[in-house]
Design a protein around this ligand. Structure first.
Ligand SMILES: C[S@@+](CC[C@H](N)C(=O)[O-])C[C@H]1O[C@@H](n2cnc3c(N)ncnc32)[C@H](O)[C@@H]1O
Length: 204
């Protein structure tokens, strides 16, 4: 059985201190760089980064955006992200509790761009559909999803897919979920057979 949201939160909190050092593979770097590049916020934009972890994407877009909301379920990861913001003197990133289906966006805040990197694959496919619907409901002009996703046959021998903790979707299932939420894919980047970046924009 896959893990519950609380189990994922605890698992990531346990690894928060050494998380950044563990993310040094070329695939991880390539995926994160593509997410930041496609997010491409304008100077006045608010970016919501869901599953922000220690803030790799949030910090990556902060210099170009007005404000970044980094949301996560893991207290330990959020604590480390906050420490990094202080160490780096970054003042326009706000880290706090929030999840895909309830990202805790302040009521008076319009979100322009939503990003997420290596986080959604922890959800079941039905939950991913709900998550995509929820972030699409914020009406951003772009959603950038970098994640473990299957371009071909799943292979647990390849990096980034451990069936006991991960539940990636096929690219087709994700594309359908975006379509059903009123968004169309404007870019599909294949980093490897099991890692990709999808960019979605409103169909109208
Ligand atoms: C592999 S880390 C990725 C962190 C960061 N985005 C990066 O690129 O380094 C996955 C993160 O997603 C968070 N996460 C898992 N399920 C989530 C959910 N339903 N809502 C929000 N965050 C979630 C975990 O707590 C963890 O911090």
């Amino acid at each position: 059985m896959k893990k519950s949201i609380d189990e994922h939160a605890a698992r990531f909190s346990d690894h928060a201190a050494d998380y950044d050092e563990s993310q040094d593979s070329p695939e991880y770097r390539a995926c994160a760089d593509l997410v930041v590049g496609h997010a491409d916020p304008a100077a006045g934009d608010v970016v919501l980064d869901v599953g922000t972890g220690t803030g790799a994407i949030a910090f990556g877009v902060a210099a170009d955006a007005a404000r970044v909301l980094g949301r996560d379920i893991s207290e330990g990861m959020l604590e480390r992200a906050g420490e990094k913001a202080t160490e780096r003197g970054v003042e326009n990133v706000e880290f706090g509790e929030g999840r895909f289906r309830d990202p805790q966006v302040p009521e008076d805040t319009a979100v322009d761009v939503v990003t997420s990197n290596f986080a959604m694959h922890h959800l079941s496919d039905d939950e991913k559909r709900d998550a995509i619907e929820a972030v699409a409901g914020l009406e951003p002009r772009r959603i950038v999803l970098g994640d473990v996703m299957f371009f071909g046959e799943p292979n647990p021998e390849d990096p980034f897919y451990s069936p006991e903790v991960d539940d990636p979707a096929t690219v087709g299932i994700l594309a359908d979920a975006f379509t059903d939420a009123g968004y169309a894919l404007t870019a599909v980047e294949m980093v490897s057979e099991q890692v990709g970046v999808l960019v979605a924009e409103p169909r109208d």
